[in-house]
Design a protein around this ligand. Sequence first.
Ligand code: HEM
Length: 468
Amino acid sequence: MYWAFFGPLSRIPGPFAEKFISGSELFFGTKPGQRFKKVITYHQKYGHVVRIGPKAISVSDKDIIKQVLVTEDFEKGPSYTRFQNGTSASMLDTTDKIFHKQRAISPAFSIKYIKSLEPLFETVTDDFIKRINREIAANKQDTDFATVDIWWLLRCLAFDIIGETSLGGTFNMLSNNDHIMLVSVGKLLRGIDFVINHPWIAKLILLRKVKKNPDLVNFVTNLIKERVKNKQRRDDIIQILINTQQAPKEEDRLSSDDIVVETTLFLVAGAETTSNTIGFSMIELCRNKSALNRLRQEIDAIELEDGKQVFHQCQLRNLPYLNAVINETMRLNTIPSNGLERLVTRDIVIKGDIYVPSGTTVRCYTGIAQTHPDYWSDPMEFKPERWLPNADPKPDMGAYNPFSAGSRNCVGKEFAMNEMRLAISTIIKHYDIEPISEEMEVARETRYFITLTLASSSFKIRMKHRNS
Ligand code: HEM
């Protein structure tokens, strides 16, 4: 009662029920994966700073987001600890700054190391082309166009890339269409979402953290055992983690449990985040034919190396329109759409006169800032041109944080950008794509299960080989 009516947050506007229970609207039927939509409506009603719990606020003002994520660089909020489904915390879900700094995993994400993974990316992208070709051959209609579920194929691509680069070998999702890891990660993400968004139900059923997924744990544990037993070495990310076991300092060594936790994290943080963003770029390009044509012109102007089907990263890295399409896709389709949670650990004042006491959790709704008319003209329109070097006005980078900001920003950014450039350029170079009107309608329904996704988990387009 004190916190609801008299506490220091009582001046901050917000829905009445949320003064008492965070997420109280979920009692009244907000469907799983849709809490973020509710919070967006709160911001539309109450402005950039909204109270969303007895000791919780949500912010969409770019200066406050910067203050919380970068200047104060507050630790991650308590929701992240509910991700922890192993015996130890991982780099993603730890709230402990010292532990986070000491993680020996950073070399796996250095630009130099990611560059060395290029041949592995290429092998899997070749499989991606083969799979699309098989789909087209099997479903071809009179016009040479075939209906292809690109959302699903991109998921297979992303899982196989993580398998190949991080976990000792592809999961062969592109050839077999099935792997226990994909199902397990899907369950894990939905479990985490439930525990985070229904803390009161989770408490009632004594489910404080999402349960360990035995399939995931067994898969990775066996992989590590095999590597260590057979003294096999492979130039991939799990090898970097296994190598830490020989580190001179004890605190730099990762136990087998730690490695299981960190590698599971790659699947949670690295697969659907990237595949869904590429999927959203396909949706945006299907909606915006002129952008599709302009991108095609740019891609067509570069030559594939003789005998190769995919481009080298160095050919793609600086393509202005390709990067603009990716940036604009991420601006409109925010993967962390439920906001980035931080715990205020010392009293602060935001926006000059709003007092926020230590102990408050702050959700930085970067997705709202990325589409707010205060910062963007035609904020809901897909306009890659706003990212081109000669754009006027220049994009407001303070209001654009698709990979977060501060010390806990995304370590996989370079990895993700490489994968997105490669997949999009490959599709555009080799195939004609066309929208299917019913699918464009279905694609409007989104959900958030730790990653923004489509409610249908599927998006079909018409594809045909450009040579046909
Ligand atoms: C388009 C694709 C991606 C997007 C939009 C994305 C977004 C994000 C965001 C917003 C965060 C920060 C969360 C926070 O501040 O609370 C994050 C953290 C992280 N991401 Fe990504 N990510 C992507 C791809 C990847 C990939 C491919 C990997 C790994 C292979 C990865 C690994 C991680 C890890 C390990 C963290 C935790 C970093 C830390 O806490 O220090 N991400 N990501």
